[in-house]
Design a protein around this ligand. Structure first.
Ligand code: CA
Length: 240
């Protein structure tokens, strides 16, 4: 299957060194890359080219990248992957809460970038499907399985005894597998819009979850911490 040729990727980046690097990687993977060097050009290109995925540098000369996210999200769900500097953890979380789908941190490699793009494109195609999975399906990666219908988690075939809150956290991350979820998004999804925005409750639950599902809680293989931002569950495996 060669679906890449049909996918158009818009790179919004004012540093020509970085945009050339990304363009080369994206073209080599068989996607079609187009570049915008300013926010104003980017917004025009988004409406005229209808890209399948947007790679967005938050630090643009004429506009805060978050304005672009909010503008795009007012009319389309096109996936947006933020390209961010390492020290900008708060900006990354805020961009995700504005509606960006994911991020990569500079400096990043081609493999990581292409994995993020593939995940973003897959999720656009299957939003309805993943809602369906969240209701009745299963998630599995390695020895971990979430059975949504029976509301239980299995590790190497044996049931893991999670508390109701622990199950809800694992189920939520499984539904968004492969993508980062911010602390804020998780707290709101789990305990409603008036939930406390204190991440401590998540950290406490996560420590307990990891003791139950991770062979080595210090080297997680199922749920990863994105420092200062949130958590990401490993991408689920395609059913064979
Ligand atoms: Ca920049």
């Amino acid at each position: 299957m060669q679906p890449n040729q049909h996918c158009k990727i818009l790179i919004i980046e004012d540093d020509p060194g970085i945009s050339n690097f990304i363009k080369t990687a994206v073209n080599a993977a068989g996607y079609m890359a187009i570049v915008a060097e300013s926010g104003k050009t980017a917004l025009q290109m988004i409406s005229s080219h209808c890209p399948d995925c947007i790679l967005l540098d938050l630090g643009l000369p004429d506009m805060d990248g978050r304005e672009i996210i909010r503008s795009v999200r007012s009319w389309t769900q096109t996936p947006i992957i933020v390209i961010s500097a390492r020290s900008m953890e708060e900006d990354k979380a805020a961009a995700l809460d504005d509606g960006a789908d994911d991020y990569v941190t500079k400096p990043f490699g081609t493999v990581e970038l292409l994995a993020r793009i593939r995940t973003a494109l897959r999720h656009t195609r299957t939003t309805a499907e993943s809602n369906e999975i969240g209701l009745i399906g299963t998630y599995h990666v390695g020895g971990l399985e979430i059975d949504y219908k029976k509301m239980r988690v299995l590790l190497d075939g044996s049931e893991v005894h999670l508390t109701p809150n622990e199950f809800r956290i694992v189920a939520l991350l499984g539904k968004h597998a492969g993508r980062v979820m911010t602390y804020k998004a998780m707290l709101q999804e789990l305990w409603g819009p008036s939930a406390s925005m204190d991440n401590k409750i998540l950290r406490v639950h996560m420590a307990s979850i990891r003791r139950k599902i991770e062979p080595d809680p210090n080297e997680p293989r199922y749920i990863f911490t994105e420092v200062g931002v949130g958590y990401r569950m490993a991408e689920n495996e395609e059913k064979s």
